[in-house]
Ligand binder design. Structure first.
Ligand SMILES: C[S@@+](CC[C@H](N)C(=O)[O-])C[C@H]1O[C@@H](n2cnc3c(N)ncnc32)[C@H](O)[C@@H]1O
Length: 336
């Protein structure tokens, strides 16, 4: 099926939804089908939510093919058609496994289990995406939220990459998805791309450093400073729309603070993590609910004072300042 026919079919199945759609499926030059906004979409908007067509775990191609073939037989004809119309970058002996490999999104961050969706799987990649995909393990539904404002006519994009500088991203996108990325980041003039590469490499490095439990234990002040540096880098690289990363970063800062007994900062970090999650996945995921609860009761976390009580709050401590910069320095324990 060519991509024009496939996008027409896609739109006719979308028209069966009750709500007016914020987007349409369209052929995008050099990308096959993509989703394009039919209206301005504000940041934090739920664009679409879908149940999986098929869920699977990784396996050898032949075994996966047999599993998918039997799962496919259990679907109704319309769903079978939707699955078979999805793009396949790996045609050949194992067509069902190829469709899965091209389209499956992980059911949760780092999960080996993946799922495909009739419409969400039409969303193309950008290294500066305007949307985020999230699996809700309670409702078993995948959501797409706008993580930055999207203009009418703009393509809706998510990120397929695992971060890092452009050469690393390009190689992995080429190998896993068969395309050369020409997004706004990758097609910047060389000097700007170099600056972006430096920031993204440093972002990866800081991210790894912050997650090191030994450092959180022995040098929590340094870990917290890294969180602050990472936040500045994210703001520079993602133009102020860094919520998907900030949600995790604030949760790391929460964990560092609570493990050394600082309930006040921990509560603020948990609230900030919740606000960031609200923008990119809504308030109904188990992760968002948990962090909201921790903002109210930070000491409910299992690592409360596990490393030390050296940051236990005293009545004398002055919590926060009116001025934003001073407040940030206080929050991240940055001395002059
Ligand atoms: C999950 S599908 C996305 C929808 C797909 N375009 C379609 O026609 O159904 C992934 C495939 O879309 C294409 N694709 C996604 N993002 C792209 C991009 N930024 N540039 C070029 N092709 C892209 C690649 O062929 C990739 O393997």
């Amino acid at each position: 099926m060519d991509s024009n026919t496939a996008s027409k079919e896609q739109n006719s199945s979308l028209e069966q939804h009750d709500e007016p759609l914020m987007f349409e499926a369209k052929t995008i030059p050099l990308k096959g089908i993509g989703l394009v906004a039919l209206q301005d979409i504000p940041q934090g908007t739920l664009i679409i939510q879908e149940k999986p067509l098929l869920v699977t775990r990784p396996g050898a191609p032949a075994a996966l093919e047999a599993f998918l073939s039997s799962e496919l037989k259990k679907l109704d004809k319309a769903s079978q058609r939707q699955f078979l119309s999805l793009h396949n970058n790996f045609p050949g002996k194992h067509p069902f496994a190829g469709i899965m490999k091209t389209n499956a999104l992980p059911c949760g961050s780092g999960s080996e289990i993946g799922a495909v969706y009739p419409t969400i799987c039409r969303i193309n990649h950008s290294c500066l995406p305007n949307s985020q995909n999230t699996w809700n393990s309670d409702t078993k539904i995948e959501t797409i939220f706008a993580i930055s404002p999207i203009k009418c006519g703009e393509e809706i994009t998510i990120s397929y990459d695992k971060g890092g500088p452009s050469a690393v991203r390009q190689a992995s996108l080429k190998q896993s998805f068969g395309f050369q990325c020409t997004c706004v980041v990758c097609s910047q003039p060389k000097a700007l791309l170099r600056e972006s590469d430096t920031r993204r490499s440093r972002i990866q490095q800081l991210d790894g450093q912050i997650g090191d439990p030994f450092r959180m234990w022995k040098s929590p002040g340094e870990s917290l400073k890294d969180c602050h540096s990472l936040l500045q880098l994210l703001k520079a690289e993602y133009g102020g729309y860094s919520e998907p990363f900030a949600a995790r970063l604030y949760y790391d800062a929460f964990q560092i603070s609570i493990a050394h007994g600082d309930k006040v900062r921990a509560s603020i970090f948990a609230e900030k993590s919740y606000e960031a999650r609200l923008m990119c996945e809504g308030g109904e995921t188990p992760e968002a609910k948990k962090v909201k609860m921790l903002a109210t009761n930070p000491s409910n976390h299992s690592s409360f004072m596990v490393y030390s009580s050296k940051w236990k709050n005293t009545k004398k401590e002055k919590f926060g300042e009116a001025d934003n910069e001073a407040f940030e320095r206080w929050l991240f324990r940055i001395s002059n």
